[in-house]
Design a protein around this ligand. Sequence first.
Ligand code: HEM
Length: 393
Amino acid sequence: MTMVSDITGEALSRDPYPIYRRLREEEPWAWSDRLGLWLVSRYDDVVLVDRSPEIFTAHQENSLAERAMGRVMIRTDGDAHRRLRAAMDGPLKRRTVRERWSAALLANAEEIAGRLAARPGCDLVADFAAPYAARALTMAVGLPGTTVEQVVEWSGAFIAGLSNHSGDPAVWRRCELARAQVGEHVAAAVARVTREPDDTVISTMVHADLAEPLTVEEIASQIRLLFSGGFNEPWHALATLVWQLCERPDLAERSRADAAALDAAIEETMRWLTPVGAFPRQLAADHTLDGVTLRAGDKLLALAGSANRDESKFADADVFDPDRADLNDHLAFSLGAHYCLGAYLAREQLRCAVRVLWDRFPGLLVTSPPVFAGWMFRGPRELQVAFAGAGRE
Ligand code: HEM
């Protein structure tokens, strides 16, 4: 049997769920020498970590996120965090998302689906979900001239930096280039919206009513953060959701007829295949739990991907079941001070995309099961679909 000390990023990336189950059962607070951090795997403990920033701070010394993207809100706490978050949240609030972005999301999905319509099928990840999520993000952020290829590259570079525990210099070179390029694009956008304010994220940050206005570099760092999580996660979730709906014609039928059923399928997708699998934190002070002492400065990962499969919280946790009673208790968007700022936009993206896909491709069919990879960030690498019910491979 694999011991905690033997757990590698590669094994977790292939399939983290059997490892998570063992951790929950045998060593819920597990120190991994190889990863150099604690792994926290039970639902209640992940909640405790997320709700106790005075013990488990989001600020990390020598943070990979900070090296990759600059001083990002997700690695700050307290007043510094509130200042950055308050400056950004306007365009991402639930009501604003519905009123301001829904129609544009539908139009975006229509346009991409329209271009695919002449084909017998496609890779839903590369051909639909990725360009759709990239455009949704650049639209909301306020970088409309950015290409899908740029978003894919920047996002990939930042995510590689976030996971660069081994310090690979090639990863840092790629990251630095992306960091500089995003910085240039943001600086140009800041100059534009300073003259002509609009309702995008960048403009909202430029004109935020703060005692100490944000610098261009502070804005650029937060936008880099959005390129890492705000792009990757919606397309991961969309591909998983479409796959699960295609696997369950009864559920697909219900979700077509009833918006609440589609919303339930979206939430269950988040729980069942949690796109952001782990929340990095650091011990602010020594802390002892269940006989285990963690020392000030120790790093840890609160494993949301494991918590969302914890049988002591979710019955038959490995089963995809949008009818479960505690559907909304999942931790896919976290629940503490760092609760995902893009959660409403992400959900709306999924709703709009699924509606358009069904309208355009009523016979949509998955032709081979997707292959998943990743654990800090997990999602399908591709999803081959046929549009006219052309049959399974
Ligand atoms: C399915 C899609 C998404 C998932 C699963 C997701 C998940 C998460 C999670 C788990 C966190 C907290 C991590 C932690 O506490 O360490 C987070 C934070 C954040 N997310 Fe998302 N996210 C998604 C989409 C988006 C989108 C579309 C945007 C913006 C356009 C966005 C913007 C942010 C920001 C700015 C934060 C940092 C909040 C803070 O530190 O206060 N996310 N997200």
